[in-house]
Design a protein around this ligand. Structure first.
Ligand code: FAD
Length: 342
């Protein structure tokens, strides 16, 4: 296991941006990982873990050892009553895991079908879709310190999960590499069908009591019809988080945009669709040089041939400034940015 040096990361990020890593290594197991950490320590290089690169913006070269997690393994740790405990290695593909669990009769992941990426990256931003967040299913996360190689086990509370957020984006950012995740799933069929578009789809296409497979197929169908495939239109999914506003800020926003949708959150806060605000500011479908906002998804920025992440971030800043000027709401970028401050 010797890392390669000066490696292009273009095929390792779904935005198809050009950036180079000072060093790059694929790790398949604990031995590879320990050797890689030792190699980086000797050269005083920081280490950046990377999965499928579906939630990063590479805005410059990385003076780091990029650690491409490819470790595999799915283990049933325990089965008790209605629950099953699984330990899944970080390099497993997320969507493959969802399909495998469904086939095995382990339920709870169906709403998260077809989200790109690896299992190891999923807790980093607490992936969520169609009314379910990963935080509701995770028992604990296993990781290794990038500083001294020691092992860590973080239980659900220690992961400090929030909306598209966790401790891995803050205190533990670039401090650990996640090696495995434990999930607690249900053995008896259970479904989450309250999310409006999912509910409507199931009402139109399924029997009155949808099964977990119905939910899985509905999510796959809804996502395939709606979301641009990064292989055809390079993107990183939602580029901005949906802002969560206090009750007062939401009332102020309603004065400027009386029909703005709001989804109630704990403590009276309101989540507002960032895509709605971007659309209202006239950005949907707009192209600037080789980048643009998708025609049908105002939240998705598409790279039409631009190689520079810095240019893409400048474009995103224009959108953010225009929403702020018009509605007084500050949008936050969802993917993790490297190589340039935002
Ligand atoms: C078309 C499309 C649709 C999407 N839809 C959704 C959606 O519905 N819901 C949603 O939540 N997200 C969505 N995403 C975002 C993305 O799929 C998720 O964030 C996913 O978990 C990223 O996985 P990855 O392996 O590609 O991570 P990467 O992009 O490789 O990495 C993301 C971050 O996690 C860190 N990281 C990666 N692996 C590890 C590890 N093993 N240990 C420590 N840190 C690590 C990286 O350093 C980086 O900071 C979408 C993206 C695309 C392109």
């Amino acid at each position: 296991m010797t890392p390669q040096q000066n490696v292009s990361l273009r095929r390792f990020n779904t935005l198809d941006l050009e950036a180079r890593a000072a060093a790059f290594v694929t790790v398949h197991n604990e031995d590879d990982l320990l050797q890689a950490l030792h190699w980086a320590k000797k050269r005083k290089l920081p280490v950046v873990p990377l999965g499928e690169g579906s939630n990063v913006v590479l805005a410059g070269d990385l003076e780091a050892l990029v650690l491409h997690q490819q470790s595999k393994g799915r283990e049933v740790l325990a089965r008790e009553g209605n629950s099953v405990l699984l330990r899944i290695a970080a390099g497993e593909g997320w969507h493959d895991l969802v399909g495998w669990c469904l086939a095995a009769g382990y339920h709870g992941l169906e709403n998260l079908a077809l989200i790109p990426g690896t299992v190891g990256a999923a807790p980093v931003q607490n992936i969520g879709a169609y009314g379910v967040e990963l935080a509701s299913i995770i028992r604990c996360v296993h990781a290794r310190s990038l500083v001294d190689g020691s092992l860590l086990r973080l239980d659900n509370a220690q992961c400090e999960f929030g909306y598209r957020d966790s401790v891995f984006k803050h205190r533990l950012k670039e401090a650990v590499v996640i090696t495995a995740v434990e999930f607690e799933l249900r053995v008896s069929p259970c479904t989450h069908t309250e999310y409006p578009s999912l509910k409507q789809y199931l009402r139109d296409h399924c029997q009155p009591k949808p099964t977990p497979r119905d939910v899985y197929e509905a999510v796959v169908s809804l996502r395939s019809a709606r979301l641009p495939d990064p292989r055809q239109e390079p993107n990183a999914g939602s580029f901005f988080k949906n802002p969560v506003l206090s009750e007062r800020s939401f009332e102020e926003l309603k004065i400027l945009a009386h029909d703005v949708p709001g989804f109630p959150q704990a403590g009276g806060a309101m989540k507002v669709p960032a895509g709605w605000l971007i659309d209202r500011c006239g950005w949907k479908g707009r192209r600037q040089k080789n980048q643009g906002v998708h025609n049908e998804h105002a939240l998705v920025l598409v790279n039409y041939g631009n190689r520079s992440g810095a240019d893409l971030l400048a474009f995103a800043a224009e959108i953010r400034d225009s929403v702020e000027r018009t509605y007084g709401v500050t949008l936050e970028i969802e993917p993790t940015c490297y190589g340039q401050s935002t």
